[in-house]
Design a protein around this ligand. Structure first.
Ligand SMILES: Nc1ncnc2c1ncn2[C@@H]1O[C@H](COP(=O)(O)OP(=O)(O)OP(=O)(O)O)[C@@H](O)[C@H]1O
Ligand SMILES: [Mg+2]
Length: 310
């Protein structure tokens, strides 16, 4: 059990309706420091909506959000003092340098930035560009400047909405390298949203998968991405086979994938055991194949992505 001081973000029962659209249907999150958390979901899942509510930009239809123990509605100033958030790329003044832009940012937010700005720009790899006008910055440099602006005031919680969106492969690699460093051994929690499985797998220690406003899985990235065994079976009476296997403890799900085909998810049960169970029940088994499910397949299975034609 963790101490309360380690809980940087607590979201409970968060709901958001936009007219008839139920964008969030009861989201719970508990983020503890230090850590890098991934918020993974397909387009329209509710990631940005969740982040907007966390940052107080829009209000929830139901539920609560607290940042370092302060409620975003009743103690907004205190809550926001612990939050740095980046949606897309913030608008910078193109005729000011990177450093000057951050100074303006700091003034707006009432921060006494002092030397902090130079070291922040260094941290995000912009030390050599701090005196260049941001109008000359590449997308990747602007994104890094955005990340630096989030770090002003040394917030305990940093939220980045699709931080690698729109970057070229080199820019993506850059940001992917930078983020774990920023969380590093500091006391900070970073939460980033993404619809890229490989990205979350690479950067984050924890992952929460959201689909259609609901959390469908959450946990340690390594644990969640540990391949699960899927056993594909070709057999005689697949209806009867499905009903037999569906009642066996240890078998998570049974899907009929064709007239004579079944796909069985069984985290702990070897394919040979399933074969024996069917044969003993008098079912003609023609083929049993064990496949390992990748994190990507888990995501697709949980979100139903790829099944439905858009
Ligand atoms: N201002 C709004 N008015 C009406 N519906 C909205 C509004 N903002 C979001 N929605 C709806 O809420 C749902 C969640 O949208 P959201 O932008 O949070 O998804 P997302 O996970 O960030 O998707 P993406 O990966 O495309 O950025 C969608 O169905 C969207 O159409
Ligand atoms: Mg979004």
């Amino acid at each position: 059990m963790s101490r309360d001081r380690d809980v940087v973000l607590s979201v409970q029962g968060l709901k958001k309706d936009f007219g008839k659209v139920h964008a969030l249907k009861g989201i719970d999150l508990q983020l503890e420091r230090p850590g890098v958390y991934g918020f993974l979901g397909p387009n329209g899942a509710g990631k940005t909506t969740t982040f907007k509510i966390i940052s107080g930009l829009i209000s929830a239809s139901a539920g609560t959000v607290s940042i370092c123990g302060s409620d975003i509605r009743t103690e907004k100033r205190e809550a926001l003092s612990n939050l740095g958030i980046l949606f897309d790329s913030p608008a910078f003044y193109p005729y000011l340098t990177g450093k000057e832009n951050l100074e303006v940012f700091a003034k707006w937010t009432g921060l006494d930035s002092g030397k902090e700005i130079d070291s922040l720009l260094d941290m995000v790899g912009l030390a050599r560009a701090l005196d260049r006008k941001t109008g000359e910055y590449s997308w990747g440099m602007k994104r890094r400047l955005g990340i630096a602006s989030c770090l002003l005031g040394d917030p305990k919680l940093m939220i980045l909405d699709e931080p690698t969106n729109g970057l070229d492969p080199a820019g993506i690699a850059d940001i992917r390298r930078l983020l774990p460093q920023l969380a590093g051994d500091s006391d900070r929690v970073i939460m980033l949203s993404s619809h890229r499985m490989d990205e979350v797998d690479q950067i984050c220690d924890h992952v929460t998968i959201i689909n259609e406003g609901e959390i469908v899985a959450s946990g340690d990235t390594e644990e969640l991405s540990r391949p699960k065994a899927v056993v594909n079976i070709i057999c005689g009476d697949s209806l009867k086979a499905a009903s037999i296997l569906g009642n066996i403890e240890g078998i998570e799900s049974v899907d009929r994938t064709g007239r004579d085909r079944l796909s069985v998810l069984s985290p702990g049960m070897p394919a040979a055991t399933i074969n024996t169970l069917l044969v003993e029940a008098g079912i003609e088994v023609r083929q049993v194949m064990e496949n390992r499910e990748t994190l990507e397949e888990i995501f697709f299975r949980l979100t139903g992505e790829g099944k439905n034609e858009e």
